[in-house]
Design a protein around this ligand. Sequence first.
Ligand SMILES: C[S@@+](CC[C@H](N)C(=O)[O-])C[C@H]1O[C@@H](n2cnc3c(N)ncnc32)[C@H](O)[C@@H]1O
Length: 353
Amino acid sequence: MSADHGKVMELFGSVFNDVAGSVAIMMSYLGDQTGVYRAMDKLGPATASSIAIESQVDERYLLEWLSSNAARGYVTYDDDSQLFSLSPEQAAVFARENEPTCIQGLIQGVVGQFVNQDIAIDVFKTGRGRPWGEHHECCFCGTERFFRPAYATHLLDEWIPAMAGVEEKLSKGAKVADIGCGLGTSSILMAENFPNSIIHAYDFHAPSIEEARKRAESKGLENLEFFVADAAEVSNEGYDLACIFDAWHDMGDPVGVAKAIREKLTADGTFMVVEPMALDGLKNNIENNPGAGMFYGFGTLICVPASKAQPVGLGLGPQAGPKRLMELLSSAGFSDVNLAAETHNNLVLQARR
Ligand SMILES: C[S@@+](CC[C@H](N)C(=O)[O-])C[C@H]1O[C@@H](n2cnc3c(N)ncnc32)[C@H](O)[C@@H]1O
């Protein structure tokens, strides 16, 4: 069967646009790491020369960079005045760290994948696991930076209130385990907002825990303690709430981990599992989930290899979907398993011991 030329051109155009987008992502990374977007946000409409001085980068390169960004709609160019600027919307996406729409963490995570592309090829060919700790450090800080605004926006106001009775317990004083805590963003948020509660945060990646400890210390939090430990070997017990944020599918044995966590909960304890947004079934994700291409891509590069590097190596992947996730929680012995909340990027599952 010969190819339909019109369809070939349509596909070529679409992929060409993706390639242009990937160059734009590298441009955006340069602008973030050198502070150009932040300088532009500070200056308002400005010449390339003033932006170069403010951000201390080479003026000729900057002009090329600004032109590329303007052509992609990432910055604004006014031909009459020949000034470059960020609209409030562009600033919210590229320059302002605490905006929930700040995209720079995600970009950093993607760029980190290109750094060690030779390892990705080897993993893909051989089927070996790739431990989380084997990634470029952009993977850790990019992940944290991407998830932070979502946690800051949703965790306290939506996700915890969606867990029956949990918010009240945390306000009075409860014991919480945050497992697979990474750099501790969710742990710090809970410790800050529930000063009567004790938060224990666990992760088996020692450099992440070291960084998380520094961050908590700088905030003077005394109700938060970090542990380097595998999720299946949480050292304390009697938890009113155990949570896993965007990490359950990365684990080699999610059911084994869930069973072990269940044993560490109080009789009426809650298990909250936050996972990337996904629908049930591949076809459904392909057709109806705009994030599916990206999440299956991260699954190929990061999540499935991370799981395969651990005992059991289930390789659940980040797009398992709510039905499968709930089945796994039920098979670990939990009751009242349900989808308590969902946001643009996340599913929030609730299970009772
Ligand atoms: C995608 S990151 C999410 C980190 C953090 N929860 C967040 O949302 O920013 C996944 C984390 O799970 C941790 N992890 C994966 N498998 C683990 C296991 N078996 N035991 C403990 N931590 C694990 C990794 O070290 C990594 O920090």
